[in-house]
Write a protein that binds this ligand. Structure first.
Ligand SMILES: [Zn+2]
Ligand SMILES: [Zn+2]
Length: 273
C-alpha cells in the first residue's frame, strides 16, 4: 500500500516556513493523502543568530490551536487533519516542555534535536567550526542520549541523524558501524521507552542518499525490539508534502517493517506498508 499519512510538516506558524496551513491541506488533498499532522517547531532557547527582536521557533499556541480547529472543521470528511508539535529537545527544557504539552490536546509530538552545544547543525559555519566532522556527529548523538535520559514527553524521535544533513561531507563517510557505540544505546533507549522512530523523507531533497535515518539503522531499531515507525516529509512548503514517500516505503520494507504508525490523541495506529 502507498503511504497515505504525512506526519511531519510546517506552516507559517513555524519560523522557517511561509506556507499557509490551508495550502498544506489543499496540497495533501490533491495528492490523495488520507491524513496529515502539523508539527510546528517549538524550540525554546534556540540560538538567535540574526538577533531577531522575538526569538525564533516559538509558537503562538492559542493562534495555532484556533486556526487548526477552524481548518479541521472546514476540511472534515476530505482529510484527517491532526494537531502536533515538533519539540526541539534540550535537557534543561524538560520541565518546561512537560508543562507545555499538558496545556493542549496534541495528537502527536515529535521530539527532535536541532540544537547541540548551543548551535544548530543547519548553520554549519558555526556548528562545524574548528571541529572534525566525526566528532561533530558524535557530539550530536551523545546529546540525543542526554535528552532521552531526562525527557519522554514525545511520541517519535525526529530525524535521528539530522546532523548528517549539514556535515561538510554529509553522508559520504557516514556509516552505522562507525557510530554504532552511540547509535545502539539511542535505539535501545527508544525501544525501552516504547517510543517510535521517524523515517524522515525530507533528507532526500536536502542532498542525502537516503532517509534520516537509513535502512541499516531502522533495521537495527527493529532488531532491538522497536515496532513503531512514523513517516514524514518535513515539508515546509505545500509541494513537498508526501515527497519521496515511495522511496521511504522501500526503505522501511527493506528494514523488515510491514506497518508504519500514525498517532491520534498520542495513541499509535498501525497502517500496512
Ligand atoms: Zn526538525
Ligand atoms: Zn520539522
Amino acid at each position: 500500500m502507498p503511504i497515505l499519512h504525512d506526519f511531519h510538516m510546517h506552516s507559517s506558524f513555524s519560523s522557517d516556513s511561509t506556507a499557509s496551513m490551508e495550502s498544506m491541506i489543499q496540497s495533501a488533498i490533491s495528492k490523495n493523502l488520507k491524513a496529515i499532522c502539523m508539527t510546528e517547531h517549538y524550540d525554546i532557547d534556540y540560538p538567535n543568530y540574526f538577533s531577531d527582536p522575538t526569538p525564533p521557533f516559538l509558537v503562538d499556541f492559542e493562534a495555532y490551536r484556533a486556526h487548526y480547529l477552524e481548518l479541521e472543521a472546514k476540511y472534515r470528511g476530505k482529510l484527517e487533519f491532526l494537531f502536533g508539535l515538533e519539540l526541539g529537545l534540550q535537557p534543561h527544557l524538560a520541565q518546561t516542555y512537560y508543562e507545555c504539552i499538558k496545556k493542549y490536546p496534541f495528537d502527536f509530538i515529535l521530539g527532535s534535536i536541532h540544537t547541540c552545544n548551543g548551535n544548530d547543525p543547519y548553520y554549519s559555519q558555526y556548528y562545524f567550526k574548528d571541529i572534525e566532522e566525526e566528532e561533530a556527529y558524535r557530539n550530536y548523538f551523545k546529546f540525543i542520549l542526554e535528552n532521552l535520559e531526562v525527557y519522554d514527553g514525545f511520541d517519535s524521535l525526529g530525524h535521528l541523524d539530522y546532523v548528517v544533513r549539514y556535515g561538510p561531507n554529509k553522508d559520504k563517510f557516514y556509516t552505522y558501524e562507525k557510530y554504532q557505540d552511540l547509535l545502539d544505546p539511542i535505539l535501545m533507549k527508544l525501544v525501552s521507552m516504547g517510543k517510535a522512530i521517524e523515517c524522515n523523507a525530507g533528507a532526500l531533497s536536502r542532498g542525502l542518499k537516503t532517509t534520516n535515518p537509513n535502512s541499516i539503522i531502522l533495521t537495527r531499531y527493529r532488531e532491538l525490539g522497536g515496532e513503531l515507525v512514523t513517516i514524514g516529509s518535513d515539508a515546509h512548503k505545500p509541494e513537498a508534502i508526501g515527497a519521496d514517500f515511495d522511496f521511504a516505503r522501500a526503505v522501511l520494507l527493506e528494514s523488515g517493517f510491514t506497518h508504519y504508525a500514525t498517532f491520534r490523541n498520542r495513541i499509535p495506529q498501525m497502517h500496512k506498508l
